[in-house]
Design a protein around this ligand. Sequence first.
Ligand code: FES
Length: 105
Amino acid sequence: INITIEDRNGEQQPVEIPEEISLSLMEVLKASGYNILATCGGMALCATCHVQVLKGLDNLPAAGNDEMDMLDTLPDAGFDSRLACQIRMSENLNGMVFKIRGDEQ
Ligand code: FES
């Protein structure tokens, strides 16, 4: 699976994930060295894993209720905002571009 990540400074980097891996995008971002707090550990409760989908939003299943409720608390969330911990890695994500928006500390 090949995706592109844009960091908080606007720099884009390709990230490659083995197909067989069962992780969330939040876990992949952390493992790839991005500074994601993920205070709640992936429970859709902290919103520090907020990402904006720059390309490929249609490839994702609709956000669940928990995710929607948490995104609603973010003043800077848009229609293309998602929680990275609620996105499971799958080949549907191929070619997608995500921008990291969550707080750094
Ligand atoms: Fe807390 Fe995603 S890690 S909401």
